[in-house]
Design a protein around this ligand. Structure first.
Ligand SMILES: [Zn+2]
Length: 414
C-alpha cells in the first residue's frame, strides 16, 4: 500500500501502513544527509537499519537539535537535502534558524493547508482576508497558495492594523478570514464596539483556542462559523476540523506519533493522558523532517466514525506544551485544566502551579492565584481538585509578574 493508493476515506489501518512505508523511505533518504548521518550514527543507526519494525529506534529531532546544528554549520546545519540552487524559498526564524523549501516542498505543504482550509469551510469564490505574517516566516506565503488552490479570492491583510482590516473587510465584502483566534475575536469585538456588522461568515483559525466555547460564542454574537486547524512551519497542516465539529482529523499523508511527556517511546494515546505530537514529513526534499517533537500536547484521540466520511482519528484540542505538564502523585498536572475551571466560573486570572517535595519525600501541589481571594475559595478549590484529580493548596498573592510560567516544578531543582 503506497500513499498514492490512499485518501481521506481509506480504512485508517491502510493509511497508517502507507504512512509508515513512506516514512521509512523518507528516513533512508535523510540518512544520506551529513547531519542526520552524524546524529544517527552516534546512536548506532544507519539507513540500512531503518524499517517499520525498527522505527522506534530512529532518534527524535527537536527544535534544539535543529538550532544547535544551524549554529555549528550555518546556515542550514548540514541538513540541506538538495543542491543549493534548488532552494525555492528560505525562511528565517529566530535562532537563527533558516528553513529551506524546494518548489515541490512548497507545493506539498500548500496542498496540505488547502485541504485544511477547505475542511474549515472555505470554498471557491469566497473572498478571504489572510491575516498571518507575510515577512520572513512561511505562514502567509503558503496559506496564500493554499487559498489559491481552493479558488478563493485573497486579501493579503497580514498582521495587525485592525482598523484597516475592518475597513477593507467592510468595503470589499470579505466573507472569509484566516486568523489566530485572539486576533479574530479582537477584530469582531472592535467592529461591534464601533457599531459595525462585518460581512464575515467563515473563519479558519489556527493555533490553540484558549476556550473551546469560543467558537459557539463567536457564532452566536457575530454570525461567523469558526473552525480550527493545527499545523507547524516544518511539515504544514497536521490536523483540521470538519463540518461535524467534534475534533481535528489527522492528516492522511503525514506520519503522526504520540509520545508521553518525559518519555522516549511512542504510544497509543489514551483519554486523559497527555501525549506530545511527533511528526515525520513523508515528502520534504530540501530539509527532511524525521520524527520532529512538536512540543504540542493532546489528551486523547477519538477513533469513532465521523459523519464527514473521513477515517482519520481526531483530537479535541492542543492542551499545552511539553515542559508545561508534569506528573504529581501519579497524576498528570495540566495547567490548562485550571484555565478551564476559571473560565467556566468567570474567575480568570494569572496563576501558577507549584510542585514541591517535602523532606519526607512527599510531593505537594500549590495553586497560586493573583489578586484578592475569590468570594468562595473553597468551592473554587474543590472544582480545580476535581478537574486535576489531585489535592492541592490554594493561595492568593497580590500579583504575578507578566509571563509567569504556569507550572513551576521545584522537585528537581538544585
Ligand atoms: Zn469529520
Amino acid at each position: 500500500m503506497s500513499l498514492d493508493d490512499i485518501n481521506e476515506q481509506s480504512p485508517w489501518e491502510q493509511s497508517r501502513s502507507a504512512q509508515m512505508a513512506a516514512a521509512v523511505d523518507a528516513a533512508r533518504r535523510a540518512a544520506t544527509i551529513p547531519r542526520y548521518q552524524k546524529d544517527w550514527s552516534a546512536q548506532g543507526i544507519s539507513s540500512r537499519d531503518v524499517n517499520p519494525g525498527t522505527w522506534d529506534a530512529v532518534p527524535f529531532l527537536t527544535k534544539d537539535k535543529l538550532l544547535e546544528a544551524a549554529r555549528e554549520s550555518p546556515p542550514y546545519g548540514d541538513r540541506l537535502g538538495v543542491p543549493r540552487d534548488q532552494v525555492a524559498h528560505a525562511f528565517a526564524a529566530p535562532g537563527p534558524l533558516y528553513m529551506p523549501f524546494t518548489k515541490h516542498d512548497m507545493d506539498r505543504i500548500a496542498g496540505s493547508f488547502a485541504k485544511a482550509l477547505a475542511s474549515c469551510g472555505l470554498s471557491r469564490g469566497d473572498l478571504v482576508d489572510q491575516t498571518t505574517m507575510y515577512n520572513w516566516v512561511i505562514a502567509a506565503t503558503v496559506l496564500d497558495r493554499a487559498l489559491e488552490k481552493i479558488g478563493c479570492g485573497i486579501v493579503p491583510g497580514g498582521v495587525g492594523q485592525s482598523d484597516r482590516h475592518i475597513e477593507v473587510i467592510e468595503h470589499l465584502g470579505v466573507n472569509g478570514i484566516v486568523a489566530f483566534p485572539t486576533f479574530l475575536e479582537h477584530l469582531l469585538a472592535q467592529a461591534a464596539t464601533e457599531g459595525r456588522r462585518l460581512p464575515l461568515r467563515k473563519a479558519a483559525v489556527m493555533g490553540e483556542l484558549h476556550d473551546p466555547r469560543t467558537k459557539s460564542r463567536i457564532h452566536a454574537a457575530h454570525g461567523v462559523a469558526v473552525r480550527e486547524f493545527y499545523g507547524t512551519a516544518d511539515v504544514g497542516a497536521v490536523a483540521w476540523e470538519c463540518a461535524a465539529g467534534n475534533g481535528m482529523h489527522l492528516r492522511d499523508d503525514l506520519l503522526v506519533e504520540f509520545v508521553p511527556p518525559g518519555q522516549s517511546g511512542a504510544v497509543q494515546p489514551e483519554t486523559g493522558t497527555p501525549v506530545e505530537l511527533v511528526v515525520t514529513d513523508l515528502h520534504r526534499q530540501a530539509m527532511p523532517i524525521i520524527r520532529l517533537r512538536t512540543g504540542d500536547l493532546i489528551d486523547g484521540l477519538s477513533n469513532g466514525p465521523c459523519s464527514c466520511g473521513r477515517t482519520a482519528p481526531r483530537f479535541r484540542r492542543i492542551v499545552g506544551r511539553a515542559g508545561e505538564i508534569t506528573k504529581v502523585k501519579g497524576m498528570f498536572v495540566v495547567p490548562r485544566l485550571v484555565v478551564d475551571v476559571m473560565q467556566k466560573e468567570n474567575l480568570e486570572r494569572p496563576f501558577r502551579l507549584i510542585v514541591e517535595r517535602s523532606d519526607g519525600g512527599i510531593d505537594n501541589l500549590t495553586l497560586e492565584v493573583a489578586g484578592a481571594p475569590y468570594p468562595d475559595p473553597v468551592d473554587f478549590q474543590a472544582k480545580v481538585e476535581a478537574a486535576l484529580r489531585i489535592r492541592l493548596a490554594l493561595k492568593f498573592t497580590p500579583e504575578l509578574p507578566e509571563g509567569t510560567a504556569r507550572l513551576v516544578d521545584r522537585r528537581f531543582q538544585a
